[in-house]
Design a protein around this ligand. Sequence first.
Ligand SMILES: *Cc1c(COP(=O)(O)O)cnc(C)c1O
Length: 236
Amino acid sequence: MSVSSRRAEIATGLGAVRSHIAESAMAAGREPGDVTLVVVTKTFPADDIRLLHELGVRDVGENRHPEAGIKAAALADLDLTWHFVGRLQTNKAGPVASYADVVESVDSDRLARRLGASARRAGRTVGCLVQANLDPGDAAAGRGGAAPDSVAALADTVAGIDGLVLCGVMGVAPLGQPAAPAFKRLADLGRLVRLAHPGAHVMSAGMSGDFPEAIAAGATHVRVGSAILGRRPALR
Ligand SMILES: *Cc1c(COP(=O)(O)O)cnc(C)c1O
């Protein structure tokens, strides 16, 4: 496909998602500008991210190392905010802390401590969201996240680590269940975290299939990939 037709395709998807975000915000009595769109670019080439940047996107999400780091290095000339949204093994925390601006998937003390140590070594500050497992009956499903009753304590830990800034909470709606109640539980966890950390205002929730429900529940950030960029090849 030519660059100009790919650009047109992305512009169409992006325009539709932006309008839908604005409608969902207004329907919830919120300001459209209060919802940040993070475009999840995993599996898509760096050239697509350049086109997104030309179309005004500044927040992008990736879920795998080293794919994320390779793209961040190739696009270092752009003013992008890189969100790491995938499950992160502790042994990859070091490299990820060298390019991620926000790690949305912090789900253990051990990971937080490794990220903090690596951020300090790199002379960087990394924003962190505590990922809550919104499907506690199915912890083995592999979507990651801390048990809901441990989220507040993990937030305290993150907030106490030099090199990290606690920004809020993140969640992924459980497969095959209605999303709205899960997002409401995440919003409640976000409020709980803010009792001790009033600045941790971020609630990252909602993907292509459920971002309107997330916005209704109070999401400040939605993570949308396929609705903008098209179908991904099947993920491993
Ligand atoms: C892939 C991914 C998304 C985006 O999913 P789409 O359905 O393509 O919008 C959002 N969040 C996380 C954590 C992801 O891994």
